[in-house]
Write a new protein. Sequence first.
Length: 272
Amino acid sequence: MENIILYAIIGLTIFISMRGFSDLNFFERFLFSTFAIKRQKEFIRFISSGFLHADWFHLGMNMFVLYSFGSNVIIAGWDKFLVLYTASLVGGNVLSYIVNASRSEDYKAIGASGAVSGIVFASIAINPQSEIMFLLLPVPIPAWIYGIAYIAYSIFGMSKKYDNIGHEAHLGGAITGLLLTLAYYPMLFVLEPLIIGLLLGVAVLVLLGIIFQPQLFGMAPRYTLTRAEEYSLVNEWNYLADKANRLGEHALSEREKLRMKEIDKKLKKPFF
């Protein structure tokens, strides 16, 4: 049963990705988009984007890694594996949304990398003393060292943005997979207390950094409005919104519409 579930995920991903290769409308409809999620509330994209890929190489690499590590994780139970995979996919895209919504109105992304990263880190948590090897670097690396290096590289990629890789989704999926695995199997703390504690500590520090020091991750620094500033902006926004509701959106001047958008960014209010 376990292998059937793993093969089913791989087969479904290949099928949907192939549809995306040949149908641009289908591709655009289900890819990850901060604009579509924020403005049009298309939350299905948090999941659907994980079944789309840019090309055969992108698809092949993700499915190869999923098969390689998934075989070790799914033996613990196909139901837990499905939850891990889905949660890591969503967790990766949620972090990608949090980071990129502050950078761009319409950031777009595709791929199962967040979900796959979650499975990789589940495998690391289950057997941190195992060794990982790469085709281009045939030197065995302890899994737990690879995990820390992976997190560090993802943070570096997020802050520099020098490539076209969705480091945020990788990191979010990895942390989700790690935390959920530890929630499933708390005895791992007893078996490998130092290594698991180190991995968990790094994950928690990253999450705290995103919350309190977002600029370190390439995000716009958070500015907390004073109560007086917020009160003033809310009143101004409500006045303009009431005017638009009574007289129609056309009654607003371009300057007033622009002002509403500026307030929207500060208060995170929806702009119609």
